[in-house]
Design a binder for this molecule. Structure first.
Ligand code: PRX
Length: 632
């Protein structure tokens, strides 16, 4: 059960073993879980066809590992420690036994509503314990959950419901976000106008708001669980049966549904949770992510709970009621491992040190970062002000498609180097590929980050479109998984992630495809065409800069901007609103009509002296005009 490596030497030995004989390495780990029927083979894979299987023919249910197996020894241990948005409200301590009962009760409620193995259920929820309970209840009965982050718009939700052909939505009347209350049910009602597959909507009463319930479709959560037994047998799942779909943005078209499966995801999230965070039995661990993103799935719910940990779940935001909230929560619950995003670190850094120094952070043993490259200044602040120069900072690199942490410091055991994520975890075989398609073996060179060998929680498919999975991840470099990131490796073998090399923008650790935002902008009737690029943003990491062509240049820029912003909010959600909108007469294009984003990126970054050769453009004059009007 304790899967931890406890020294750097041991890491090196385990790493070598994991490369020399991956099957033996993972077999030893996987054996420690509860299987209903043992697997016959550890791994079977073909990267060309993106056909990957782990723990072949094994039967299990992930929730038996997350819940049942802890009941005997940890029944009274707190599994979820929920901290409300409003600090004057009471927090909740949900023990493993209680969580088991609540998951079983809701599993029975789902079954009573006709949800069966293989059905898709969309969750659009606040950060309340019921979100984790709903995920686990789906998993228990073999339904496939797809959590849609509660900041997405009705259109974005409808797209995801339609793509997954979901049968049920689980939502709430609304959510608390700092001083505001945000409606959720109305967004669901709007989305469902363009969906035909949803039969039932279960609504959790979070705010006591007055909402409309559609007869025959909408049910209150508390009514669905009335009289339901608090035990529910866990459905027997194949290792490779789908556990969840999580939509994420790619460089083209609509978001794709990344699919993870029961067996491999369970083994990898548990193994990495224990090793990266070096969780010890009585520790309190807190990941500040939202369960709407992969970090919340893997490192609030599945990894920690499968390890029998106490996992803190926070409803609110770092700035409410003031910028000291994170640190107050660390003090209140004596948090030992704290895991957050660079964007939050930078935002809190800008609010002054008194918020940190006024809290007692002595309980912290390790602090982590995830979601985007952490810049040197933020790293140093985190290390000095939060960690008091005494505890390790771990920078964890991974992706929705990876399921779990791939490159990272290992607790306090591996060396730290600011802005470097560090070494690959055991079982992960990264490499850098050059423009010529060959592997770069020299140190201190930049290349495209690929992975040579599968790991248990690698993406299995993009829901409903396997070809897209092959094309996106397994085609650029034959027999390799391509991450879409650029990276550098130093002379000691440590990796530094530089950022995306495709048309994906990472805003506050959230991924958006430029094409997706452009589609949203172009849906405004004013707009003829647009091009979106990322630019360095002091807090968000990257900001969204939109170059927009209208029928004619708008007379009133702020009115036109308002309309464009409204389109993006409607199509995707406020989280994708561009910070900067520049109206231009035309976009720089190649002779074949392709927009030259490289040039626009330079302009957005303020690097106008380095634009490079524009003579091959169809319309070189336009570049000068755009440079003159650039927003800085
Ligand atoms: O560009 C990398 C960046 O975030 C991308 C993955 O985004 P997403 O699937 O939303 O998952 C985020 C949380 C796991 C990656 O392709 N990224 C993530 N973590 C880091 C990072 N870039 C640099 N350093 C990191 N630690």
């Amino acid at each position: 059960m304790d899967l931890r490596i406890k020294s750097f030497e041991e890491y090196k030995a385990k790493y070598k073993a994991s490369v020399d004989n991956p099957d033996a390495f993972w077999d030893e780990i996987a054996k420690t879980f509860t299987w209903k029927k043992p697997y016959e083979k550890v791994c079977d894979y073909n990267f060309i066809k993106a056909d990957i299987k782990w723990f072949v023919n094994g039967k299990l249910n992930i929730t038996e590992n997350v819940l049942d197996r802890h009941l005997e020894k940890r029944g009274d241990k707190i599994a979820l420690l929920w901290e409300p948005n409003n600090p004057t409200e009471k927090h909740q301590e949900i023990t493993y036994r209680k969580l088991y009962e609540r998951v079983c009760e809701f599993s029975n409620a789902l079954k009573a509503q006709g949800i069966k193995k293989g059905d898709r259920v969309v969750l659009y929820m606040p950060m309340v314990p019921e979100l984790a309970i709903a995920c686990l209840a789906c998993a228990r009965i073999g339904a496939i959950h797809s959590v849609v982050f509660a900041g997405f718009s009705a259109v974005a939700m409808a797209d995801r419901i339609n793509d997954s052909q979901a049968k049920m939505v689980i939502t709430a009347d609304g959510l608390n976000r700092g001083p505001k209350q945000i409606p959720l049910k109305e967004v669901v009602d709007e989305a469902l106008k363009s969906c035909t597959t949803i039969e039932t909507v279960i609504v959790f009463n979070c705010l006591n708001r007055n909402i409309t319930m559609q007869a025959g479709r909408d049910l209150w959560w508390h009514n669905t669980i009335e009289g339901m037994p608090k035990v529910c047998p866990a459905e027997e799942m194949d290792s490779e049966d789908m556990l969840f779909i999580l939509y994420t943005s790619g460089s083209t078209g609509k978001p794709k549904g990344v699919v993870h499966t029961h067996g491999g995801y369970m083994v990898y999230t548990t193994y990495t949770f224990q090793n990266v965070f070096q969780y010890e039995e009585n520790d309190v661990y807190w990941c500040t992510a939202d369960i709407g993103w992969i970090t919340g799935h893997s490192y609030i719910v599945y990894g920690p709970l499968s390890s029998g940990a106490t996992s803190v779940m926070f409803e609110g935001v770092p700035s409410f009621p003031d910028a000291g909230r994170f640190w107050q929560i660390c003090e209140k619950h004596k948090v030992n491992q704290f895991y957050t995003a660079p964007t939050a670190i930078r935002a809190l850094m800008a609010c002054g040190n008194e918020h940190v120094t006024s809290a007692n952070l002595d309980s912290l043993k390790l602090i982590g970062s995830v979601g985007e490259p952490i810049n040197e200044e933020a790293w140093q602040w985190y290390y000095k002000e939060v960690g008091k120069e005494k505890i390790p900072v771990i920078d964890t690199w991974w992706q929705t498609e990876n399921g779990g942490i791939m490159i990272s410091g290992l607790g306090g055991y591996s060396p730290m180097k600011p802005t470097f994520a560090g070494y690959p975890l055991p079982g992960i075989q990264p490499c850098l590929m050059g423009q010529d398609g060959k592997e770069i073996t020299e140190a201190n060179q930049e290349g495209h980050l690929c992975i040579k060998y599968p790991w248990p929680s690698i993406i299995r498919t993009t829901y409903g479109d396997h070809e897209r999975c092959i094309l996106t991840y397994f085609t650029a470099y034959k027999n390799h998984y391509f991450t879409g990131d650029g990276a550098k490796r130093d002379e000691n073998g440590m990796y530094r992630i530089i950022g995306r090399v495709d048309d994906v923008i990472n805003v506050s650790g959230h991924r958006f495809g430029t094409a997706e935002i452009e589609d949203a902008i172009n849906s405004s009737e004013l707009v003829v065409e647009s091009a979106v690029v990322g630019y360095p943003h002091a807090i968000k990491g990257q900001g969204i800069y939109a170059f927009v062509v209208c029928d004619k240049l708008p007379e009133n820029n702020s009115e036109a901007e308002g309309k464009i912003i409204a389109s993006v909010t409607k199509q995707i959600g406020k989280i994708a609103n561009p910070e900067k909108i520049q109206f231009v007469s035309d976009l720089p294009k190649t002779r074949s009509g392709k927009i030259m984003r490289r040039i626009l990126r330079k302009i957005a970054e303020g690097e106008v002296k380095n634009i490079g050769d524009t003579s091959t453009l169809l319309n070189p004059d336009v570049v000068e005009d755009i440079v003159k009007g650039a927003l800085h």
